[in-house]
Design a protein around this ligand. Sequence first.
Ligand code: OGA
Ligand code: MN
Length: 288
Amino acid sequence: MPIQVQPTASGFGAEVSGVDLRQPLTEAQYAEIEAALARHGVLSFRDQPIEDEQQEQLIRWFGPPNATAAQLNNSRMTNPYFYDVSNVDEKGEIMSEEHERRLYLQANLHWHTDMSMRQPPARVTILSARVLPEVDPPNTEFADMRAAWEALPAERQRELEGLRVEHSVYASRAKVGYTNFNEETRKLLPPSEKPLVRLHPGSGRRHFYMGAHASHVIGWPKEKGQQLLEELVEYATQPRFRYVHQWQPRDLLIWDDSCTLHRSRPFDDQKYRRELRWCSARELEPVV
Ligand code: OGA
Ligand code: MN
């Protein structure tokens, strides 16, 4: 069956069909998916009842997988590359409002890109829906950092080119009041510096690189840099730059972490279960 790519009207986001992701990809299928990803930034695949092992094989096509920080939410995960993006605790029960992991995951409600504090950072993420709320499953929203950059006047682009930004998990988690990191996690996740504007190799387009982990501008007073980053995220995530994914059971998303931002949306998490599996592949070189 040939792979089909159906882009949205804006070209940001596309639905891909004609491939069963439980089976190993062929080189040709991988090349088509990678090309679609480079172009559209976010790819959705419907009806992919995939297991962790198959998801791990899939992410390995895109690069070496990132080990996750074990402390943070993973008591149900046996695979070192997976995050349990769910509102369910170690025992499989819905987490109470006070649960530490619930607080930690609430940072996903802020526009971010995965593992931007790592060096090298994530390049590609795969998120697979295993259990969704039967009523009003929340969307996941994406914003196109290439289109947002290109829509700026040249003069504004000149002012922003060349700025460097510190990315830190402590900055993003402070936004939701989470500070309880242990020594091992602190060693795994030191803050790092990245350019605010980067070149996307797959498309040759320039883009913002920022989001909730981006804490301040190097060499600027902290507050001034924080304010600029807040303004830029607000600008770059306007509805005109968005793709909104409405989840159906067994959906799988693959997205490019360098040139997009995303956020999760609230839902009635004391009533309904929502369980997704997350893993990512990193860029091959540190970002300088
Ligand atoms: C994540 C994330 C989005 C969602 O796990 O990194 O952003 O809708 N998840 O759960
Ligand atoms: Mn995320």
